[in-house]
Design a protein around this ligand. Structure first.
Ligand SMILES: Cc1cc2nc3c(=O)[nH]c(=O)nc-3n(C[C@H](O)[C@H](O)[C@H](O)COP(=O)(O)OP(=O)(O)OC[C@H]3O[C@@H](n4cnc5c(N)ncnc54)[C@H](O)[C@@H]3O)c2cc1C
Length: 384
């Protein structure tokens, strides 16, 4: 078993870079949208074969056992090359796996982790509901104990990749009398169970990235609870630093900025003082984003816990991405009316698709307004 952490940082970076550059499919680089499983599967299988599908899991569970420092290098190299970050299955390897390692029973770890790591099971996250998004603790999906099972009723929405997933981890109310956060449990459900209906939702960019999932008297065995009865809030909030910092990486904005530059050269826009002014401003925004990202990345590397100020990075990252793609659409003139050929096709990538796709980034990982609330209340101590 390789001890990656004993390796020098630069050597490790080069080893990861070589593998990615030699093996990651050229036509899947910097995809604007989330790829379907059948498209990304060959790459995922290569990662499994190499033993790299769960870089942050401990060695004993088949991970690479990387320290936060090495993991940041691993993620940065993926971002640099435009590896599809939010590939299907990430909910399993990035989110559920670490939660099971921390809160699961030994039996859950032994039976579930190997299948997550090899993509034999593919997981989606069932948290949001039609009336519980930012205020997630208001969720009303209910799970009632009946013999050896929980019986679940409710409706989940915006469930990414549910059409390709085999299983779902979800939050359900198991005690209606308790305070909002305290009556919630974290349950695991096989999506083949009778009573589950999955409906794809087409987004503004024309792809079906997320779904509505209805649960009608769905039974899941009682042992499919993680972290104990009514402990779901704690389990779901337990993501570690690097998972939360992941969405703030500047790599995607860097790529968009490079494409803006190429477009400007092609259309002779650098002669236009108005264009140059906004282009320079965006370049400075990008430099700010990189500096703030490095500040948090250094904290993660030192093993420090990230605090509420991480919201600054989330806002800066999502809004810089939006501003760059918005300006690219404006700068592309009538070229901006072209849409790429299809869901799994990176050919002829256009200015319109990234612009449309980026509408979601100020919603998905906590809305921009909620992050501003966090900064106002928890950092600036402003009155509620
Ligand atoms: C691309 C994408 C993928 C997603 N994938 C998943 C997934 O896999 N699983 C899952 O469970 N969920 C997923 N979600 C859902 C996501 O978690 C929610 O969209 C998010 O939490 C916001 O909730 P909401 O959509 O209900 O909006 P709401 O919470 O209803 O907010 C509506 C508007 O009101 C504002 N607002 C709300 N509360 C306040 C407040 N207190 N102060 C100021 N403004 C406020 C918001 O900022 C927003 O502008 C995904 C979302 C996106 C965009």
């Amino acid at each position: 078993m390789q001890n990656w952490d004993a390796m020098n940082d630069d050597d490790f970076r080069m080893e990861v870079r070589r593998f990615i550059e030699q093996n990651y499919p050229e036509d899947l680089r910097f995809l604007a949208h989330r790829p379907r499983f059948n498209v990304i599967k060959p790459w995922l299988m290569l990662l499994v074969e190499k033993g790299w599908s769960a870089p942050h899991w401990p060695l004993q569970y088949g991970g690479m056992g990387l320290s936060p420092r090495k993991l940041l290098i691993f993620m940065d190299e993926q971002g640099r090359w435009g590896v599809a970050r939010q590939f299907l299955g990430e909910s399993g390897t990035v989110q559920l796996g670490p939660m099971l390692i921390r809160f699961g029973t030994e039996e859950q770890r032994q039976t579930l982790l190997p299948k997550i790591r090899t993509y034999e099971t593919i997981w989606c996250q069932g948290y949001s509901e039609p009336n519980a998004g930012s205020d997630l603790a208001s969720l009303t999906t209910e799970a009632v104990i009946d013999g050896d099972d929980f019986v679940i009723n409710g409706r989940k929405i915006w469930t990414s990749s549910a059409l390709d997933a085999t299983h779902m981890y979800l939050l359900a109310r198991t005690d209606k009398q308790a305070k909002k956060q305290q009556g919630i449990s974290f349950l695991l459900v096989d999506l083949a169970t009778p009573g589950i209906t999955i409906r794809g939702i087409k987004n503004i960019a024309g792809t079906t990235d997320y779904c509505e999932v209805t649960l009608d008297n769905v039974r899941t065995p009682r042992h499919n609870i993680v972290g104990g009865l009514n402990q779901g809030w704690t389990v779901s909030r337990s993501l570690m630093g690097f998972e939360r910092i992941n969405t703030g990486s500047p790599r995607r904005a860097e790529f968009a900025f490079k494409r803006l530059e190429a477009l400007a050269r092609e259309r002779g826009l650098f002669k236009d003082a108005g264009f140059l002014d906004r282009y320079t401003q965006l370049g400075l925004d990008l430099a700010d984003l990189k500096a703030v990202y490095m500040y948090f990345a250094d904290m993660v590397s030192r093993g420090e816990t990230l605090g509420p100020d991480l919201s600054v990075l989330q806002i800066l990252s999502s809004e810089t991405n939006q501003r760059i793609t918005e300006f690219m659409l404006e700068a592309s003139g009538d070229l901006g009316l072209t849409v790429s050929a299809g869901e799994d096709d990176n050919e002829g990538v256009d200015a319109l698709t990234p612009f449309l796709v980026m509408r979601a980034v100020t919603i998905g990982a906590g809305t921009a307004e909620i992050h501003r609330n966090i900064i106002a209340k928890r950092i600036l101590n402003l009155p509620a």
